[in-house]
Ligand binder design. Structure first.
Ligand code: ASP
Length: 472
């Protein structure tokens, strides 16, 4: 049966190649318009719209057509005709043609949708949009965002594979990585009282893959950070994560710059990159000139097609904590710039040490960041010592990394891009939720699935967990 469907089905984008033929379309009723004797429907499939007309001479079919409603799913039969010159609809890709209906079958009726899918949806409540996300995604804007997101991912995958990168999956049930955010924890059933942490990024795994000799790794990785959600943050988000062996800072920056330029040129040709090669600015200059470390360098902020990428480099490695100690500014696994290595090992001039960290900013958003790593265990240990960790704590938390580096680790470095933010900017959206299929709301809830939700006593018991309610 399915085979039959696939063979017979014509997509609206292809109808121009079937003029005069009787064909079958499968999709939805976008709108129905009754013009006295003629009934029109805009028929929608994933490739676009086509106009269908029901003529009054076939009384039975005409009568049946007067009952169909928007969003009903139908299998439609009709013959394709070229429209006379004056009746061409320039707003529809298939506007030169019209389908004269000869029959249809209702595959699924639909309730009145909770909102109009022809509008942008930007002015209706988030709760309703999220609760009926599967309807919300029917909007042409949301369809475009999801399909373009896929195209960007394909371009990334193709480019990296052509450049000898290997895509490797790393665990989601893992151990906490210190990346500055709160972890999502998963209780263990078999190891009473113990927890996995969902990864804030695959940082440690990708470095361990360098120790394994993978040499060039990438992954389109889901990352989890229990932070307060806002326009450019979600509890779970997607990174393009990559790591390379035997490279310096410029090598990593060059590969990433080439890939970003390729994405824009191939998939967003209407957009203009302000400056190539991407300008570089030090952290110090960025703060002085722009007041932040993700400068918006656009010379014309009214131009939605202008993309001003820039690299921010030379960040301080450490910053003071509230209680007078030190913590890392970006990534504890980073190496200092070579001229600061002796200071790190001797733990002196801490505030002056500059890291190899490089961030990439686009139009005022940070869209990625990475660094060259410490591949020697003594340097990594020194970072944690500076942060006030004693050797016992370091061994407990990072013993596996230190030990791995003692088995022969190539110098390595990498980067991760925030794919949701990049897509948000490329698609001209104001919020990353517009480029994610099933995002969480501002307070981290999924109204469609109703998550997070209560679980049964039995489940809690198995996990050795007791809920203690606080009176808020
Ligand atoms: N793991 C880092 C992050 O998530 C990126 C990197 O340094 O590669 O920010």
């Amino acid at each position: 049966m399915w085979y039959h469907f696939f063979v017979m089905r014509i997509l609206t984008r292809d109808i121009g190649g079937h003029v005069g033929e009787e064909i079958t379309l499968m999709g939805s009723v976008d709108v129905r318009r009754d013009h006295g004797k003629l009934i029109f429907i805009d028929f929608r499939d994933w490739t676009g719209l086509a106009q269908v007309v029901f003529l009054p001479n076939n009384k039975e079919l005409h009568e049946k057509a007067s009952q169909i409603r928007s969003e009903w799913v139908i299998e439609l039969k009709g013959s394709i005709q070229k429209r006379p010159e004056g009746l061409v609809n320039k707003n529809m890709a298939s506007g030169e043609y019209e389908i004269v209906a000869t029959g249809f079958e209702i595959l699924s009726e639909a309730k009145t949708p909770p909102f109009d899918v022809h509008e942008s949806g930007l002015d209706i409540g988030e709760e309703t949009r999220m609760k009926y996300r599967y309807v919300d995604l029917r909007r042409s804007r949301m369809q475009k965002n999801l399909r373009n997101r896929f195209k960007v991912f394909q371009t990334v995958r193709n480019f990296l594979s052509e450049n000898d990168f290997v895509e490797v999956e790393t665990p989601v049930l893992s151990k906490s990585t210190p990346e500055g955010a709160r972890d999502y924890l998963v209780p263990s059933r078999t190891q009473e009282g113990k927890f996995y942490a969902l990864p804030q990024s695959p940082q440690q795994y990708k470095q361990l893959l360098m120790v394994s000799g993978i040499d060039r790794y990438f992954q389109i990785a889901r990352c989890y950070r229990d932070e307060d959600t806002r326009g450019d943050r979600q509890p779970e988000f997607t990174q393009l994560d990559l790591e390379m062996s035997f490279v310096n800072r410029d090598d990593v920056m060059a590969v990433n710059e080439e890939l970003l330029i390729k994405i824009v040129k191939e998939l967003y040709p209407e957009k203009k990159i302000q400056e190539i090669p991407f300008p570089r600015i030090t952290y110090k200059d960025a703060i002085e000139k722009y007041g932040n470390d993700r400068p918006d360098m656009r010379t014309d902020k009214d131009d939605p097609n202008l993309l001003a990428f820039c690299w921010v480099i030379d960040f301080p490695f450490f910053e003071k904590t509230d209680n007078g100690g030190w913590t890392f500014t970006h990534n504890p696994f980073s190496a200092p710039k070579p001229e600061f290595m002796s200071d790190l090992l001797e733990k002196k001039n801490i505030g002056e040490i500059i890291t190899t960290q490089y961030d990439i900013a686009l139009n005022g958003w940070e869209i990625g960041g990475g660094s060259i790593r410490n591949h020697r265990s003594e340097a990594l240990r020194a970072v944690f010592n500076v942060m006030g960790f004693d050797d016992e704590r370091i061994d407990k938390n990072f013993g596996h990394m230190l030990e791995a580096f003692d088995f022969g680790a190539p110098p390595h470095g990498g980067i991760a891009w925030g794919m949701d933010r990049l897509m948000m900017i490329l698609e001209g959206e104001a919020n990353i939720r517009e480029v994610i299929a099933f995002p969480k709301t501002g307070d981290g809830r999924d109204f469609m699935m109703d998550a997070p939700s209560d679980v049964s006593e039995e489940q809690l018991k198995e996990l050795h967990i007791k809920i203690v309610k606080t009176n808020k």
